[in-house]
Design a protein around this ligand. Structure first.
Ligand SMILES: [Zn+2]
Length: 296
């Protein structure tokens, strides 16, 4: 009868979070945990909760200010989670296998395999106020309207998802894009105080009504003040068909799920039937960064 291996030692890896400057040590996923991940991709809320729990469970050393899972959600930002996920990925898989790159010149797709650590770069946030700072952005097209931009924590993300994605007809992409908005304010003539919209539903509706240019301004402000600080997985590759050089940026959340979920991923992505699937939308959450990036 199997009663457990004697002293099995999982590989460990130290991660310094880029935005909150905390030090965590994570260990490799085991087979059971990897299997658990596969069962979790049901709804965006479940996926997010599961991902956060999974990361928390493999932390073997954490800073003193984090005593439980609740603290973890409040003290860690989405960008910090990318770094933790990188650590987990690095120590569990190391290689990013068969990542499909589309050539910008000839448009053909070709797979690359690369060590995650070879692509890694780290840009720390300068300061200790990432969780409390808000940036005032006066919208250019919508005169008199101000957006207050922040860096969302894991708690902000889960609260927002819980309050919004169960609403019928809610577009998850839009929901995740509004995570960076703390509130909107509108100055009204002959009124001493501005109208304030700080409920998640109001923020989502307000966001959707903005002119496209104002959204780009919001995204750019986020990138400048918060989004630039984090980890990045970037490398140069050369197209196998035409030889063109390409700078590839690997999305870790996406790739993480691709690794633990290869079969599903192939069904969803390659047959391209997955647009309705929540999980794909959720994976697109990383599109928050991509959208912001493209917007500039
Ligand atoms: Zn090419």
């Amino acid at each position: 009868m199997f009663t457990g291996f004697n002293n099995i030692k999982y590989p460990e890896y130290e991660v310094i979070t880029p935005q909150t400057h905390l030090s965590f040590t994570v260990r490799s996923l085991n087979v059971q945990e990897e299997e658990n991940m596969k069962g979790s991709l049901m709804t965006p809320v479940k996926v997010t909760e599961h991902l956060n729990k999974c990361i928390y469970d493999v932390i073997v050393k954490k800073p003193d200010i984090i005593t439980d899972f609740k603290d973890f959600l409040k003290q860690v930002t989405l960008k910090d989670r990318d770094a933790l996920l990188y650590g987990l990925y690095h120590i569990t898989y190391e290689e990013i296998r068969n990542y499909d790159v589309r050539c910008g010149t000839c448009k053909k797709e070709y797979p690359i395999t690369v060590k995650a650590s070879d692509m890694f770069s780290f840009n720390p946030y300068p300061g200790n106020d990432v969780l409390t700072k808000t940036v005032k952005v006066d919208l250019q097209i919508s005169k008199g309207i101000t957006a207050y931009i922040k860096q969302p924590s894991l708690q902000d993300e889960i609260d927002t998802l819980k309050s919004l994605v169960t609403l019928k007809g809610t577009n998850l992409d839009a929901v995740t894009q509004t995570l960076i908005v703390d509130r909107f304010e509108q100055d009204i003539q002959d009124q001493a105080k501005p109208n304030v919209f700080s409920e998640r539903y109001d923020i989502l509706e307000a966001f959707k009504s903005l002119p496209a240019k104002d959204r780009r301004l919001i995204n750019r402000s986020y990138i400048d003040h918060f989004g630039n600080y984090g980890i990045e997985l970037k490398m140069k590759s050369f197209c196998s068909s035409c030889g063109s050089e390409e700078i590839i940026s690997v999305d870790l959340v996406e790739n993480f799920f691709r690794m633990v979920y290869t079969v599903w991923w192939n069904i969803i992505l390659q047959k391209n039937i997955g647009r309705k699937y929540f999980q794909l939308h959720w994976i697109n959450q990383a599109g928050l960064h991509r959208d912001c990036f493209n917007a500039s």
